[in-house]
Design a protein around this ligand. Structure first.
Ligand code: HEC
Ligand code: HEC
Ligand code: HEC
Ligand code: HEC
Ligand code: HEC
Ligand code: HEC
Ligand code: HEC
Ligand code: HEC
Ligand code: HEC
Length: 432
């Protein structure tokens, strides 16, 4: 009796659950599932996409992932309004509700947390908290204060509902996506017309050494717009900050330049330290023709026959050519020796160092000083010459071996023939 009772009871419970599941509880995928947060619950039911999209958006948002809700950005009371069906109870100004901030208020809106050191430390002590300060120093920030609504604010670069961590490859400010994000405005001639500044930065950058590396090869070591302009302090880099920006990655070029006679001269003339020779958005792969006194040389733009810079440029170019020629010869000799069956492992090792000297010499150009340049390029020439001597010796040995072989082969053949003839004669003469 007890048995049937308990079976019946369980059956009843199961039927109840099934009925509830089918008719009472909403299906699992319905986004109307109440969360207890009135902002989410009411907004997800809004037919107006402008009002409901934020709810869908925040699902991928880093703020949402860290447990922050609508009310943490917008203020208001997330415990009220839903049951009553009255938005005003939730949109309560007494609870700090700010609604949708106007463009000019957005930096302050985001910075109420991002500039709050104590608050941010609780989430991520390593995250910078100077975005607002930097932003205010940028051209964007300065124009925003004058009421210009076309400049970039926090949300133009980061998005709004669905803000991702910078390291997320889908983020608009992930390094490889930054150029496209800036180009949204800066490449649009119509949008930028009133400002009278060029709109070719993205196009030039795309085909520069940096753009090709980053956008085509996906090499994240190459700079995007913000590496030169700053993330939040977007201003045209000033004279000193240009070398600083380039030097962050090209440290040797910077250090050599800083020791060079150009350092002071360029500062006086108000010239860009690196950009006066390499340009900025359309930096191309440098060629050796840029050095020297030839037609395509940079040096003759400012130096002319008779001055020390001209003389030095000519000497450096001759030495660079010498290094390249010696290297070519050394490589050729080693290849021939290797084909001749000689072990050239050591020679190859030495030549590697000389090849390296050529790479270093192209950097050492930035000393703009012959003696310092010569220390690098000269050692390369010496090393390459040593390899040439070794290669010549090896080839000489090979030639002697070949001559020896040339002489010994006929003799051996002659002896073999003589022996053969002798054996045949002996066989014929053999008595039966
Ligand atoms: C009962 C439904 C309901 C609740 C609850 C509710 N909202 Fe709204 N919300 C609306 C409606 C309807 C509008 C559009 C009309 C208006 O502005 O009042 C709106 C507008 C907004 C806007 C845009 C305002 C603007 O200035 O354009 C924001 C932002 C917003 N709500 C945030 C919130 C937040 C944050 C909460 C929770 C604290 C919340 N809402 C709770 C219904 C609701
Ligand atoms: C990280 C801060 C942040 C969070 C979190 C956030 N919002 Fe917003 N919200 C903003 C900002 C900034 C704007 C203004 C965007 C603009 O002007 O482009 C905005 C605008 C809105 C608007 C107006 C949209 C329009 O197109 O007019 C609504 C509605 C809204 N938010 C609702 C919500 C709801 C609902 C949530 C929670 C699901 C939420 N927001 C979470 C920052 C936030
Ligand atoms: C012109 C575009 C732009 C604007 C405007 C902008 N940001 Fe950024 N933000 C970036 C870029 C680019 C990065 C960093 C990418 C990196 O580190 O590689 C970044 C990074 C961040 C980070 C990560 C920490 C850091 O500083 O590197 C936070 C937080 C942030 N921004 C918040 C803000 C806030 C808040 C505002 C408004 C006051 C704002 N951003 C305005 C482009 C922008
Ligand atoms: C209620 C406080 C608060 C507000 C308001 C706020 N944030 Fe955040 N934000 C945070 C916290 C907390 C994190 C998570 C930091 C972490 O753990 O890395 C964060 C993370 C971020 C990140 C990712 C940083 C990273 O790790 O790469 C960006 C970008 C960002 N916020 C931009 C914004 C923008 C833009 C606004 C304004 C529309 C804004 N935030 C408003 C608190 C806030
Ligand atoms: C929402 C549109 C928008 C976005 C996105 C944007 N900018 Fe701007 N930017 C502007 C406007 C408008 C100006 C004002 C033009 C001027 O300087 O008079 C400006 C000015 C600048 C200036 C100053 C130019 C000068 O010589 O006066 C720099 C540098 C700059 N932006 C860099 C960037 C970088 C880098 C990014 C991407 C990380 C970016 N901007 C994203 C709209 C934008
Ligand atoms: C390798 C460094 C570097 C990179 C990368 C870079 N810039 Fe620049 N940018 C500069 C320098 C240097 C200037 C000019 C400074 C001057 O002449 O006063 C400049 C000037 C500008 C200006 C002012 C108008 C002009 O063209 O002179 C804008 C706007 C600008 N850059 C936007 C961008 C955008 C957008 C990107 C990415 C697509 C970008 N920059 C990439 C270094 C860089
Ligand atoms: C974020 C790092 C970074 C910054 C900032 C940077 N570069 Fe580069 N640069 C690179 C990388 C990476 C390459 C590709 C190197 C390669 O191809 O081996 C490169 C390539 C170059 C090349 C071509 C070198 C070659 O042998 O092909 C030149 C010239 C150059 N950069 C000049 C500059 C100048 C001038 C600036 C400043 C206006 C600058 N770079 C800023 C990282 C940077
Ligand atoms: C007076 C002109 C001039 C100035 C100023 C200048 N360079 Fe160069 N740069 C050259 C020449 C010439 C070459 C060599 C081209 C070759 O032989 O291939 C070169 C080559 C390079 C290379 C490729 C070779 C290497 O070192 O890997 C890089 C990178 C480079 N420069 C970066 C810079 C940076 C960064 C600055 C600023 C600190 C700078 N340059 C300033 C003329 C200049
Ligand atoms: C934009 C102009 C400019 C360019 C381009 C330039 N120089 Fe100079 N250079 C100067 C100025 C200005 C001085 C300092 C005044 C002087 O001594 O002529 C200087 C000084 C020198 C000096 C020191 C001269 C002395 O009196 O001690 C050398 C060496 C030199 N440059 C080499 C070069 C080489 C090599 C190149 C090409 C790669 C080059 N310069 C390209 C402007 C330039």
């Amino acid at each position: 009796m007890k048995m049937t009772h308990s079976i019946l009871r369980r059956l009843l419970v199961a039927i109840c659950i099934a009925v509830l599941g089918a008719f009472v509880l909403p299906p699992q995928d319905a986004h109307a599932k109440p969360t207890g947060n009135s902002c989410v619950d009411c907004h997800s039911e809004m037919p107006d996409k402008q009002l409901s999209d934020p709810v869908k958006g925040v699902e991928s948002d880093i703020h949402h992932a860290k447990g922050l809700g609508c009310q943490d950005c917008h203020g208001g009371d997330p415990t009220k309004g839903m049951a009553e069906g009255d938005p005003e109870l939730a949109h309560n100004p007494a609870k700090g509700f700010v609604g949708s901030p106007a463009s000019k208020d957005i930096p302050g809106f985001c910075a109420k947390c991002h500039s709050d050191v104590e608050f941010m430390k609780r989430y991520n002590p390593k995250l910078r908290v100077d975005q607002l300060l930097e932003y205010r120093s940028s051209k964007h920030g300065k124009l925003l204060e004058t009421g210009d609504g076309k400049v970039a604010t926090c949300v133009s670069c980061h998005g709004v509902h669905g803000i991702l961590a910078v390291s997320d490859t889908r983020s608009p400010v992930f390094r490889a996506n930054v150029p496209g994000t800036c180009a949204k405005c800066h490449a649009k001639a119509g949008y930028m017309k009133q400002y009278g500044i060029p709109t070719d930065q993205f196009d030039l950058y795309k085909s520069s050494v940096h753009g090709m590396k980053l956008l085509e090869k996906g090499d994240l070591a190459a700079p995007a717009c913000n590496n030169c302009h700053g993330n939040h302090g977007a201003t045209p880099p000033g004279l000193t900050s240009i070398a600083f920006a380039c030097g962050e990655c090209h440290a040797n070029n910077r250090d050599f330049f800083n020791q060079s006679p150009h350092k002071e001269a360029y500062a006086k003339m108000g010239l860009g330290e690196c950009t006066s020779c390499h340009n900025h958005h359309d930096i191309a792969k440098p060629t050796d023709a840029m050095l020297g006194v030839g037609e395509r040389a940079l040096c003759v733009r400012c130096h002319s026959q008779g001055d020390k810079g001209f003389e030095t440029a000519a000497k450096m170019a001759v030495e660079l050519d010498t290094l390249k020629l010696t290297l070519t010869l050394a490589h050729e000799l080693l290849t021939r020796a290797e084909r001749g069956g000689i072990n050239v492992r050591l020679g190859k090792y030495d030549l590697h160092a000389a090849d390296d000297a050529l790479i270093k010499a192209r950097t050492a150009i930035h000393y703009f000083d012959f003696d310092k340049f010569h220390e690098v390029s000269g050692s390369g020439v010496t090393e390459a010459r040593q390899v040439i001597t070794q290669g010549e010796e090896a080839l000489h040995d090979l030639r002697i071996r070949q001559i020896g072989l040339g002489v010994s082969v006929p003799i051996i053949l002659w002896v073999a023939l003589a022996l053969y003839l002798r054996i045949r004669r002996m066989e014929r003469e053999k008595p039966f």
